[in-house]
Design a protein around this ligand. Sequence first.
Ligand SMILES: N[C@@H](CCC(=O)N[C@@H](CS)C(=O)NCC(=O)O)C(=O)O
Ligand code: FES
Length: 172
Amino acid sequence: MARLLSNAILKGISRASQSPRIVPASFNHVKLRFSTTIPNDPDSHADFQPNNKAVNESESCSGINIKELVDKDVKEHPVVIYMKGYPDLPQCGFSSLAVRVLKQYNVPLNARNILEYPDLRTGVKAYSNWPTFPQIFIKGEFIGGSDIIMNMHQTGELKEKLQDIEGKEESE
Ligand SMILES: N[C@@H](CCC(=O)N[C@@H](CS)C(=O)NCC(=O)O)C(=O)O
Ligand code: FES
């Protein structure tokens, strides 16, 4: 049986106020003022492991599942972050760190708050086969979490990866 987005999410897809919102971040170009090392990353308990069944099976009366949602997100937006909270109000230090890194670059940042939707939380893990959040996708490619994005920032790899992405609109 396919694991599908909850009715609340499905209903919300056509209604912006209820959907698992994808929001553009504002860009304050906040300077990084914290350590770049996250020691002894606990990562995940077995309870948090992805369940690939959740995302690979599909079909529903609505025809929308998490895989389709994520596929659409990462196809339509060059930089997508699935995170805890939203870019302007992160609800976890790891998500906050990833947002701060990405805000160093003049690219549109689109986010979904996985805390609002348990099915999205499970489904995104299964989609990427990655057990934790944040999860960052650039030009459709799964990149990783906060450690990886920080590392790429430090090595210059992130700048290279983002360089052909059109800058964000000032109004965002
Ligand atoms: N080392 C990870 C840190 C992220 C992490 O450990 N996240 C945990 C705590 S926020 C998580 O998402 N656990 C699974 C969950 O909450 O569903 C990274 O680089 O992103
Ligand atoms: S470490 Fe507790 S919510 Fe992220």
